[in-house]
Every structure is written in structure tokens, then in C-alpha cells.
Design a protein around this ligand. Sequence first.
Ligand code: HEC
Length: 150
Amino acid sequence: MTTLRVSLTVAALAAALAAGAAACSKSEADKGGGGTQPAASGASTTTATSVVKPDPAKKAAEIFAQRCTPCHGAEGRGDGAASAGLDPKPRNFHDAEWQASVTDEHIQTIVHVGGAAVGKSAAMPSNPDLSDPAVLAAIKDYVRALGKQP
Ligand code: HEC
């Protein structure tokens, strides 16, 4: 019974694929490559990029290297190449007093909405695209971890 139902489903799927893809050679490739999950193969081309979610900590390190180091420096000491003309200076994340003075929430907020929105220097840019709370939290963790280094 089960075998019959599966093969019927596969047959229906193959028919749908053939119709949808106008029997182009790609439908053959989809069926073969889909392997274990033929039911998902129809949608796989559009969702493939979002299926693999990178680890937030790894993403945070990449974002820090790309977006924060120009001002805050590779080690987060506030001495990046673009910090020279800035007043106030970008925050040195190794400053223990500063670390103790801010909440986790504040760090996440300023990274997201920027300095101006929280009464700080407008030179600290907003990152409206960083709306994933897990990524924002990981960036905050990254900043906190720098604070634990001398
Ligand atoms: C164009 C330069 C620039 C870039 C890029 C930048 N910052 Fe800043 N950042 C600043 C400046 C300037 C300040 C100091 C703001 C102040 O004290 O008024 C600051 C302050 C901060 C603070 C401390 C806020 C506080 O209340 O003391 C945090 C946290 C911070 N930045 C995180 C980041 C992170 C994380 C990134 C990358 C996503 C980043 N910044 C990118 C310039 C920058």
C-alpha cells in the first residue's frame, strides 16, 4: 500500500515537474539531485540560500570585521583607520569602566539604530538591516568578549 502511494506521489510530482518546467532538461536534474526529498525539489531553487543559516557568532565576527573595524579597530580599541578625524572617538571596547556602564540592551540598540538615535555621536552609524535579534545579540557578545581581554 505504502509503496503504491509513494510511487503515485512520485508519478504525480514527475508529471507536475514536467508540466511546470516544460520538460526542460533541468527537471531531470532536479529529480536526480533532489534524491532523498523529491517533494522539496520543486521549491529548492528559490529557498536554497535561506536554508543554510550561518551560526550567529560567526556572522557577528564577520560583520564586526567588515563594518566596525574601520572605526573601532581590528581589536576594538577605538583606533581604526577612520577614527582619526572623529570626536568623540569610537568606543574602545576594552575599557572596563565603559563595559560596566552599559547594558546589553543598550549595545544592541546603538548597533541597530545608530548613535544619533540614542543621544550619542551621529558618527556611530545605524545598521537597520541587522534586524535578526540573534545576530544583534551575537554582536553584543562579541563586544562584551573584547571587554574581557586586557
Ligand atoms: C564611522 C565610524 C563607526 C563605525 C563604522 C562604527 N562605529 Fe561604533 N562608534 C563610533 C563612534 C564615533 C562612537 C562614539 C559615540 C559617542 O561616544 O558618542 C561609537 C560608539 C559605539 C559604541 C558605544 C556606545 C556607547 O553608548 O558608549 C558601541 C557599542 C559601538 N560603537 C558599536 C559598534 C559596532 C558593533 C559597529 C559595527 C557594526 C560600529 N560600532 C561601527 C563610530 C563608529
